[in-house]
Design a protein around this ligand. Structure first.
Ligand code: ZN
Length: 170
């Protein structure tokens, strides 16, 4: 009888421990969330675009048709865009399907995978569209955004391949 009671207590203690360690795992997963390294020269902290006369840079911000499906990181025209992780380049990613003459100037970008994530960067002219880069190496140069949207906070647009919200990775 005594043995049974001791066993019951032990089982309860083990179950309890499992429960606790489960919670701890969740927490350490949040803490170890992968974070984008600096994307753009002149913006070492990945400062986000706020709002300007052309709109806001946050994910989910209102657009003429629907909502903003990415997050805009401040980047000046002609600034160098860097690999935020060790990345593989997976081809061109163009932001506009039917660009205006002006929009053609910045209708460029690249599909990337790295840090366990699949994402796109828009408005830059990559040096190449395939192969790989180490974190911090140059991907290319930001396009002439001011010529297309005068007064905008020039930026690169970060969009996850599944169109989910990338903000937690910044
Ligand atoms: Zn954007």
């Amino acid at each position: 009888m005594k043995v049974a009671i001791i066993l019951a207590v032990l089982v309860a203690a083990v179950l309890c421990e499992d429960h606790l360690s489960g919670h701890q795992e969740e927490r350490s997963q949040d803490l170890s969330l992968v974070k984008f390294g600096p994307l753009c020269s002149g913006n070492p902290t990945n400062r986000k675009r706020g709002c300007d006369r052309h709109g806001c840079g946050a994910y989910g911000a209102k657009r003429t048709h629907g909502t903003h499906k990415g997050l805009d990181i401040v980047c000046g025209d002609g600034a160098v865009v860097y690999a935020p992780f060790d990345v593989t380049l997976n081809g061109m990613a163009a932001p506009y399907r039917r660009p205006s003459a002006a929009q053609k100037l910045i209708n460029n970008g690249v599909n990337l995978s790295g840090g366990g994530l699949c994402f796109k960067l828009f408005y830059l002219k990559p040096d190449k569209y395939s192969g790989s880069l180490k974190k911090g190496q140059r991907i290319g140069v930001l396009g002439p955004m001011q010529r297309v949207y005068p007064g905008i906070t020039s930026h690169t647009h970060v969009q996850m391949c599944d169109r989910s919200n990338p903000t937690k990775y910044f």
